[in-house]
Each structure stands twice: as C-alpha cells, then as structure tokens.
Design a protein around this ligand. Structure first.
Ligand SMILES: C[S@@+](CC[C@H](N)C(=O)[O-])C[C@H]1O[C@@H](n2cnc3c(N)ncnc32)[C@H](O)[C@@H]1O
Length: 374
C-alpha cells in the first residue's frame, strides 16, 4: 500500500509537470484566456508549415458554369477562365489546412458565422442541419474557436479583414482570443481589433427575467494597420435634420452646411456628405418566416448584412472566404458583387442549399464543388 507522504509527493510532482507542460515555457506578454487543454494541443498540429505539406487534398466532384455566359465567352474568343470559385463540403478543421498551401496570406475578406454554442441542434424540416451542443463543454468550444482563428489569421492577406459573427454567449471569449491571435493595441490602430458591430433586430421573444436579447455582435479584426475600408460605399447622406448646437448656412450655390466651433476649430458638414455608418446596425431585420429570401436553412442570415460587409471591406475581384457558409449568403452576395469566393460547410444540406441558390442566380461565374479526400 502506498504511504500517504509518497502519494502527496507524487501528486506534487504530477501537478508540477502539468503546470510546466501547460505553460510550454511561453512568455506571456499580455492578458490571455486559458481553458482546459489549451496548451496541450500541439500548436504545430494546426499552425505549422510542416503540417500543410501533408494536409488533406481537395477533390473536385463537379464543375458548374452558366451556359449563357459560356456561349458569349466562346463567341468573343476569350480564353477559358483561370479562376473557379469553390464550394467545399467538409469540416473546417480539414478544409482550412487543405487551403493553406495555395491561399495562405492571400484571402482579402473572411466572414464567419460559426455555431454560437447554443446547446441545441438546428434542423431544417426534419433534417438535422447541424449540432451546436458541444457536450455542454465550454473548453471544447473555445479550443475549436481558437484553432479556427489561428488558421483564418494565416489565410488572411496582409491587408485582409476578418468578421466574426457571434452573440452574448461567446463574443466576450472570442474577443480575448482574437486579441491574442491578432495582437492587441489599446488604441486599435495597429493589427487586430477594429470594430464591434451591434446588429440590432426586433425578432425573437422577451424574457421576464432579464432585458430582451435583441442583438448579435459582429467583430472586425484586421491583419495589419493597412486594410480595405469604404465607409462611403455603405454610408448614408447626412440629410436635412436639424442638429443641436450647429449653425445652418446656405452657400451661394444653394448648398446647405452645418457648422460648429469646438476647441478653437470650426467643423462644417455638407448636408449631401456621406456619413460613415456607426457600429450599431438597426436597419437590417432578421429574415421572418415568410420572407421570400428565406430558403429554409435554420440560421440563415440576410443578404443585406453580407452586402454591407463585402462592400465596405473588399474590392471587385477580391477573394472572400466563409468556412461556415450555411445557406450560402456569403457566396451568393460575393457573386453578385463581382468578388471571387471560397465557401465551405460540413453539412451536406448546407452545401446542397448553397449550390441551388448559386445556380438560381441569373449570372454566375464558374465554380467547382469540392470535397476533402478521405
Ligand atoms: C450559424 S450557421 C451559418 C449560417 C450562414 N451564415 C447562413 O447565412 O446561412 C453555422 C454553420 O456552420 C456549419 N459548421 C459547424 N461546424 C462546422 C465545421 N466544423 N466545419 C464546417 N462547417 C461547420 C454548420 O453546418 C452551419 O451551417
């Protein structure tokens, strides 16, 4: 039988080793979120260049092209397309490493709307769309988010942007993890955090126990201090509404400006000037059950949301990635706005719906349907 003191010594030794392993001799330079199993994972497994060489391959199952466009291309004697957009059926933990060799440092814009850790299954009709249960284990979910963020960070171009769509359940954790992955600056002027967008809507119920939950949060992080942002494309006209403490002036050309003096400087705004939108978006509603845009996918997001993000943070022909594409809002809007896209989802139902949605568009550029090689 083991003596009590020996057992205590063993336990002490075990804890010491565990702590050493866990810290991996890392120098922690800023506040950091930890969870069970965070540093036990071999970071090389999901970040190291080595692993990309042996990463899964993508297999093309089918190519889709628009017959009308194809005919006109042929009559114009244009060269065949060199780029095919990609719809990929597979788990992001296999798809992202498979994309790394070709696309590391080259994606201009990433939008993700991952499972929120709601603890429930989502169905479309009677078919399971996806499970968001995680065995009720927050640590498992956080590790999964962390690995996703690390891989997406590596895929982003130096001037690329990442939008992460979550809600009250995990936004606060995601923000701390993203600060670790992208870097943190209190003035938000370098790489990293740029905006926390509140998408405010009216749908959903009201509780008697707390304030009604009427918003999702969309975080914007950029890989560097240089990034694409066009507030003017999505802004609104300042308009004619009277402004407190401002003086209205009419110019000789009939243009109206509003002026204010503050701290010795004069600020003046033209009524026709376009304002950069604020970080509270309350002009885009959730898709209600009978909305013609709805295709039945459980957590479908409105195209208007994606349109705003894509217009603000990308240029024509830029490459856009969504690795949780669900009903296909991101590739559909990217296609309409002339961007290139890569969309992935682990759910066959999601891929079928996205394919159908893309094929239903009047015009689309050729895309391939791919799957990760087993
Ligand atoms: C909130 S939904 C996305 C909805 C989408 N934005 C839309 O507008 O329809 C989350 C999606 O993530 C997918 N998903 C969950 N885990 C995944 C994984 N490991 N790899 C790839 N996709 C995954 C689910 O199948 C689901 O379609």
């Amino acid at each position: 039988m083991m003596h009590f003191d020996d057992a205590l010594l063993d336990l002490h030794e075990l804890l010491k080793n565990l702590l050493n392993n866990t810290r991996e001799n890392r120098v922690i330079t800023m506040a950091e979120l930890t969870w069970k199993g965070k540093h036990n994972t071999d970071a090389q497994h999901f970040t190291g260049e080595q692993s990309y060489l042996s990463s899964p391959q993508l297999n093309t199952l089918e190519t889709f092209s628009n017959q009308l466009q194809e005919n006109s291309l042929q009559t114009n004697l244009s060269p065949p397309p060199t780029w095919f957009n990609r719809l990929i059926c597979g788990d992001k933990s296999q798809v992202l490493p498979a994309l790394m060799r070709e696309f590391a440092n080259s994606i201009n814009l990433i939008y993700i709307d991952p499972p929120f850790m709601t603890g429930r299954d989502f169905t479309t009709g009677t078919q399971l769309a996806y499970s968001d249960k995680w065995d009720n284990d927050l640590d498992v979910y956080l590790q999964w988010l962390y690995e996703t963020f690390v891989q997406l960070h590596r895929l982003l171009a130096q001037d690329g942007s990442l939008y992460i769509h979550l809600d009250w359940r995990a936004t606060h954790y995601a923000k701390v993890i993203l600060d670790e992955v992208f870097g943190y600056r209190p003035d938000a002027d370098g790489p990293g955090f740029k905006s926390e967008i509140i998408w405010h809507y009216q749908s959903g119920g009201r509780s008697h126990k707390c304030y009604a939950r009427k918003h999702d949060t969309i975080l914007l992080y950029t890989r560097s201090a240089q990034y694409c942002f066009h507030g003017e494309r999505i802004g609104e006209r300042r308009g004619t509404q009277k402004r407190n403490h401002m003086r209205k002036q009419m110019g000789s050309d009939g243009r109206v400006t509003w002026t204010i003096r503050s701290a010795g400087r004069i600020y003046s705004y033209d009524e026709d000037a376009i304002m950069t939108p604020s970080d509270v978006w309350n002009d885009i509603g959730h898709l209600h059950q009978k909305d013609p845009e709805r295709n039945g996918y459980a957590t479908q997001k409105p195209a208007a949301l994606l349109e705003r993000i894509i217009l603000a943070s990308s240029e024509e022909s830029d490459l856009i990635l969504d690795c949780f594409c669900g009903s296909g809002a991101t590739p559909a809007v990217a296609e309409q706005l002339g961007r290139r896209w890569i969309a992935c989802d682990q759910s066959t139902l999601a891929i079928q719906m996205t394919e159908k949605r893309l094929l239903a568009q009047k015009q689309f550029r050729p895309f391939v349907l791919q799957r990760v090689n087993p």
